[in-house]
Design a protein around this ligand. Structure first.
Ligand code: NAD
Length: 473
């Protein structure tokens, strides 16, 4: 099946190919590998929605890739390009992603084939609510069954509607809040979810840039300061990643959106660009940058790190040879086709794979789910206790040293953990651990690249689950 002009493989085949490369490093029974690869359940539906005076038939999906752990977990995408192959692939990626970052879920994904930019918010709400009720009817949503989250084209607003629809049809379910993550904080969301994927991307790349051996391999200095970065897609993931890189002293030299890209060798101020985008509806004509009309060309500019954070298959056999980045961080799902992967590997580019790098979203979604099930905000029980303990400790230190600590220093030292502090520390720890587990495995098993090592790590963990679970006779 050739679904796109840029690759000989369908999107799902691309994942299978990566999986098979990793399977070479494992001696596992073929049947079990086939079971791990296959999508366990595919729900495809058409439903009518009245838009204005017309009835429109909407095509939608929910795919549960793996039931080895429940609930299943994965975002919902609104895009006119949504199709079964794409949703199946994204669901599969979720399974491997969850395994890598020790999130105890099976992978899932949903999609509705609409262009949200051309539909009013009232009609998006109607479609979202109808989709949710179809998922409920077929038992494809629920705190212990399948828990959606935001993805391309969706955000907090849609997650709120999903929760509200679920609650109205499952009234009295005390755990209803945990049926979906990525909700606004006022609706049971967790602080730090919105920026989690972008922050996870930042943590992952920062970790790589602090490994001397890796930086020597691509001829770069240690650390993020001064690194030249290009980001494609200024949506949820791209915008937050850009902000964190900018704040850490990296130089964002180009940003690419649908309508074109902007470039400034000396660096772009991300928040100013975002303000310009909000005010004018486009990143183009930003006063401190040059326009690049063909947005794809931005990927080919000279830089240290390229972060595709929009959609799949954007780096393919036709442009891979022209990519000049030394490191590519896959913030989007599946931005590099298998053909491009091979070309880039030969060129010595380090690719930090999506199944690890964009796992920050599902990690914090997991924290949100735990919060919803425990019905208490993170930090609520221990914040004041920690502050009191810190105050007593400080007093003892001041007495012993016979020295007073300044008010400002005290404020920093005494502070107990707030929800956002705990979420970010959990995310940082997860991303750092994930990076080193992949890298250690790559080195110890002499695996050629991070993607294959990440797949080996994920498959091993899933196999372990199946072995402990047994196969139902
Ligand atoms: P989003 O809808 O918030 O943003 C996507 C952005 O990409 C939009 O601004 C859009 O205009 C832009 N875009 C679309 N086509 C483009 C093109 N051809 N060139 C340049 N820009 C283009 O979506 P998002 O949530 O940021 O997701 C982006 C990617 O990250 C997707 O692949 C998604 O699956 C993946 N992802 C998202 C999350 C999450 O938490 N949202 C988690 C993991 C992975």
């Amino acid at each position: 099946m050739n679904q796109n002009r840029t690759s000989a493989y369908s999107f799902f085949n691309c994942i299978e190919k990566n999986f098979d490369k990793a399977a070479r490093f494992l001696s596992i029974e073929k049947g079990l590998l086939e079971q791990i690869k296959a999508c366990n359940a595919v729900f495809r539906i058409h439903f009518p929605v009245k838009i204005g005076k017309e009835i429109k038939v909407i095509e939608a999906y929910r795919v549960q890739h793996s039931h080895h752990k429940l609930p299943c977990k994965g975002g919902i995408r609104y895009s006119i390009k949504v199709n079964q192959d794409e949703v199946m692939t994204l669901a599969a990626l979720m399974t491997y992603k969850c395994a890598i970052v020790d999130v105890p879920f099976g992978g899932a994904k949903g999609g509705i084939k609409i262009d949200p930019q051309t539909i009013s918010s009232e009609n998006i709400e109607k479609i979202t609510r109808r989709y949710t009720s179809e998922l409920i009817k077929k038992n494809f949503i629920g705190p212990g069954i399948d828990v959606p989250a935001p993805d391309y084209g969706t955000g907090e607003r849609e997650m709120s509607w999903i929760f509200d629809t679920f609650l109205s049809l499952r009234s009295g379910d005390v755990d209803a809040l945990a049926c979906v993550t990525g909700k606004p904080v006022s609706q049971g969301g967790v602080r730090g979810r919105k920026e989690a994927t972008g922050l996870g991307v930042f943590y992952g790349i920062r970790e790589l840039c602090h490994v001397k051996e890796e930086m020597d391999f691509v001829g770069l200095d240690l650390g993020l300061i001064g690194k030249k970065i290009i980001i494609q897609g200024l949506g949820n993931v791209g915008y937050h990643a850009a902000t964190f890189f900018h704040e850490a002293g990296a130089i964002i030299i180009a940003l690419a959106e649908r309508e074109g890209a902007i470039y400034n060798e000396k660096g772009l101020n991300v928040s100013k660009v975002f303000l310009h985008l909000k005010n004018t509806g486009s990143i183009l004509n930003f006063p401190e940058a040059k326009n690049i009309e063909n947005t794809e060309k931005a990927l080919e500019l000279e830089c240290d790190i390229l972060i595709p954070a929009a959609l799949e298959n954007v780096i393919h056999r036709n442009n891979a040879n022209r990519i000049k980045a030394k490191i590519i961080g896959e913030a989007a799902n599946g931005p590099i086709t298998p053909e491009a992967d091979e070309i880039l590997e030969k060129k010595g580019v380090i690719i930090v794979p999506d199944i690890y790098l964009n796992a920050g979203g599902v990690t914090v979604s997991y924290f949100e789910w735990l919060k919803n099930l425990s019905h208490v905000r993170y930090g609520r029980m221990e914040k004041k206790f920690s502050e009191n303990m810190n105050a007593e400790l400080l007093q003892v230190i001041e007495t012993i040293c016979n020295k007073k600590i300044s008010k400002e220093e005290k404020k920093i030292i005494l502070r107990g953990p707030r929800e956002i502090d705990l979420i970010r520390s959990g995310l940082e720890d997860t991303m750092i651990n994930g990076f080193h587990k992949i890298r250690d495995l790559k080195k110890s098993s002499k695996i050629e690249n991070m993607r294959t090592a990440a797949f080996v790590l994920a498959i091993n963990k899933i196999i372990d689950s199946y072995e402990k679970l047994g196969i139902f006779p």
